[in-house]
Design a protein around this ligand. Sequence first.
Ligand code: PLP
Ligand code: SF4
Length: 364
Amino acid sequence: MLNTQKRQLVWEDWRSQLKHRITTVEQLREWVTVTPEEEEAIAQCEGKYRWSITPYYASLMDRNDPSCPIRQQAIPQLGEFKTFANASEDPVGDTEYRKTNRVVHKYPDRVIMLVTEACAVYCRHCTRKYHTTDLEGTYFEQNEALAWDQDFRYIHDHPEIRDVLLTGGDPLTYGDEKLEWIIAALRKIPHVEIIRIGSRYPVLLPQRITPEFCQMLDRYHPIWLNTHFNHGKEITPASAQACDRLLRHGVVVQNQTVLLKGINDNLKTMRDLLKKLLKIRVRPYYLYHCDNVTGVSHFVPTIETGRAIMRGLQGYMTGFAVPQYIITTKLGKIPLSEQQVHQQEKGYLLENYRGQTMTLYEDL
Ligand SMILES: *Cc1c(COP(=O)(O)O)cnc(C)c1O
Ligand code: SF4
């Protein structure tokens, strides 16, 4: 049984990886010793939440350790079904800022476009869990196939929009042809200066980052890509190669990590991740405080945990290894790092990474 499945799988072919995604406990047992809790959570997902795991991502899992960071991100957990205070489906207000089926316009000069609700792996901590993972819910009014005219027209009619971020779901779930069609349509709008792609496929399905895909992007610069590594274990020869390919085609690759309780919410793990990102030339951009999303709350750490981690990074590592620690709210993204500059009656009290202080006087 094992072997018919695996025999047909062509490891380097992303469509084959998608086709052979793990979606049953039996398939999961080929990779890990499934715990009774995991099995129960998978049963509870039935009719409620999607789950699926690419064979590539499953191959990173620890067979015997249920606390493995890869397992916790991909295998359903009972915490998803617990009720938590203040949790909501859309704490960041995407739906309030939606202007068309796909366009969310929250900040003055940039929009996101929710181009799909599909992903190769349904991350258990997804901030758009309602849109991607919930079997009943989606932000789409109708469906993904609804005509795109209105979305492009909205961007066209708002000359203040100079930055369009394709997100979802994972936009790279589409084939190159459809993606090129979207990107080319945006490139026809003169005021759109930069196009960004938010994709976790360098981490979950690095086979998707083919030379042909990168060559296509290379024709539409400036293109930036933000990906989502959460743990050093995710930095593998395959994910490194995917990022290298993008970089060699002129695509700037940055990383957005989500701070997740029990996965990466300690200084050692975070430093290890950031060092490894620099080695593959991926620039840490944001460290997101985990949003209190329904079904995700069991991953939310305290803000003090995040601030303590940030205190252990700034000054101890180079500036470009240190992400900005951010909480996303209905009012937008808000930095959570502590102030190290305090205005005084005369001058400013400055505090360095070791807690030493000095006063800077401005009168020259
Ligand atoms: C995060 C986000 C952006 C992009 O924000 P940057 O700080 O420029 O990376 C744009 N629109 C929405 C709705 C977002 O949530
Ligand atoms: S790949 Fe991104 S959008 Fe898809 S489930 Fe994971 S976090 Fe959510």
